[in-house]
Design a protein around this ligand. Structure first.
Ligand code: MN
Ligand code: ZN
Length: 477
């Protein structure tokens, strides 16, 4: 593990070309209601090893299973295989397709590949872990499609796992400058165009909001722009612009966070990291849609140079913003990034991702991300993509009344309007910086970008939320 792109490969999936009968085999079974001999228990992902077979439970009823059941089963299995030092295992895809659930096979692969991820860059690895090789035994007439499926899942999950790995990196490793360097390396590696605007360039341009947020830091703000041209797009193709919030650390500034509230603020960069990883996946998968990624990177710190409550900032749009809370900094960074997107590209749509508010956690917990939009068609397409990848969204309203709550006495708008409708006020603020004619959606991922406990196919910490969802959406265009 030497470079920022080298992740531990605990599990890989390959197409089998020869039979290997001595290798154990994966079975997937519906468990009986009451525990039975040689059957797994009824919780999804429960595992029983017997007779050279690793039997994974799909729950207690065929009526309840979905693609997500297979994702979870794959995740639990991956962890079990890694823990038990299993070097090789056979998978017969018929074992999955017999359940006749759409997309169950790629979901199972995703579970395997995502479930095997661990962030261990800073840990001394005690024993050498044997990487698990999963051999897929497809029917002779299905070899080509099986190979495609394996490759697609592997490329997609590599991007999700990279997002998790980078998100886990602490603020003494990733700051706005080193994040921009990583973006440049990623662009070189995947054939993307990359532009990095420094704080000086941003200031000269008039982007006073993103610059102000980074003033207190020794590593000032950067705006990172990545361009993926699309594979054989029509000549007049307009890009989808993905905008990401990357606060590499958020102390809250002078509106400082509490001792408890500040822990985990390295994850305040997850929106931007998701955008980087989505561009990587788009290039790897050869998507036809042109895509632009714009990442607003800043570190919200306290110093003699830091911005203050009461400051009035002039944003790139020309609109002025009164700072009520220096902890509502994400929307300031995004305001300038959204304006930059509209000034420099003709977006077919803009989608922003941000760990924006604690309010979304109150509203939707860690189950769904908040979705706000000025366009029903875009909102519905994103909602549907989230349902299919199980990165679920829930739409919140942007009624006119909310805008009243962030009217400022001394400027065009203020950056905080109190607790009522907290999450929606974040979206309402951003809407102020988007033309009505540009389809736009805002995903508040503060509740789902990282998790305090592990789940079937995600360890504790960064989840990589949004990469699969965005790719699913982009592929349907
Ligand atoms: Mn904040
Ligand atoms: Zn923040």
């Amino acid at each position: 593990m030497n470079t920022i792109f080298d992740l531990p490969q605990h599990l890989t999936i390959h197409l089998a070309t020869e039979p290997n009968p001595a290798t154990p085999k994966i079975r997937l079974m519906i468990a009986p209601e009451k525990p039975a001999v040689n059957m797994p228990n009824k919780s999804v992902g429960d595992i029983l090893y017997t007779d050279n077979q690793v039997i994974v439970s799909l729950g207690d009823s065929a009526n309840k299973i979905s693609a997500e059941t297979f994702r979870k089963a794959g995740g639990s299995l991956a962890k079990w295989l890694v823990q038990h030092n299993v070097a090789e295992i056979n998978l017969y895809p018929d074992e999955i397709s017999s359940y006749q659930i759409p997309n169950a096979i790629p979901a199972f692969y995703e579970g395997l590949l995502l479930g095997a991820f661990q962030f261990e860059r800073y840990k001394k690895i005690e024993a050498s872990v044997t990487p698990v090789q999963v051999w897929v035994h497809a029917q002779p007439n299905e070899q080509t499609s099986a190979q495609e499926q394996i490759e697609r899942s592997s490329r997609l999950c590599a991007a999700v796992n990279l997002a998790r790995d980078w998100a886990h990196e602490p603020a003494n490793v990733i700051n706005p400058i080193t994040l921009a360097e990583r973006a440049q390396l990623l662009a070189e590696r995947y054939g993307l165009r990359c532009t990095v605007l420094t704080d000086k360039e941003l200031e000269d341009m008039g982007a006073g909001a993103i610059v102000a947020v980074g003033k207190g830091s020794q590593t000032p703000s950067r705006l990172i722009i990545l361009e993926y041209p699309g594979k054989n797009p029509p000549a007049d193709a307009q890009p989808i612009v993905l905008v990401g919030k990357a606060l590499t650390f958020d102390t809250g500034g002078y509106s400082i966070k509490t001792t408890e509230g500040i822990v985990g603020m390295k994850y305040d960069k997850c929106g931007g990291i998701t955008v980087l990883a989505t561009l990587m996946a788009a290039a790897e998968l050869g998507l036809s849609q042109p895509i632009v990624g714009i990442i607003g990177a800043a570190e919200n710190m306290i110093s003699a140079q830091a911005y203050r409550p009461d400051d009035i900032l002039r944003s790139l749009s020309g609109k002025t913003i009164e700072v009520i809370s220096t902890d509502a900094e994400g929307r300031l960074v995004l305001a300038d990034a959204l304006t930059y997107a509209q000034k420099n590209f003709k977006p077919r749509a803009i989608i922003d991702l941000a760990t924006l508010t604690g309010g979304v956690l109150v509203a939707l917990g860690r189950v769904r991300a908040g979705l706000m939009s000025n366009n029903d068609e875009l909102a519905q397409a994103l909602y549907a993509a989230g349902q299919s990848t199980h990165e679920r969204l829930w739409r919140l309203p942007l009624d006119e009344e909310f805008a009243q709550l962030i009217k400022s006495d001394d400027a065009d708008i203020k950056n905080s309007g109190g607790r009522e409708g907290h999450c929606i006020l974040g979206g309402t603020f951003l809407k102020h910086f988007v033309e009505d004619t540009t389809p736009w959606a805002h995903l508040d991922i503060a509740g789902v970008a990282d998790s305090p406990k592990e789940s079937a196919y995600c360890p504790k910490g960064a989840t990589g939320f949004g990469v699969r969802l965005l790719i699913q959406y982009l592929e349907t265009l």
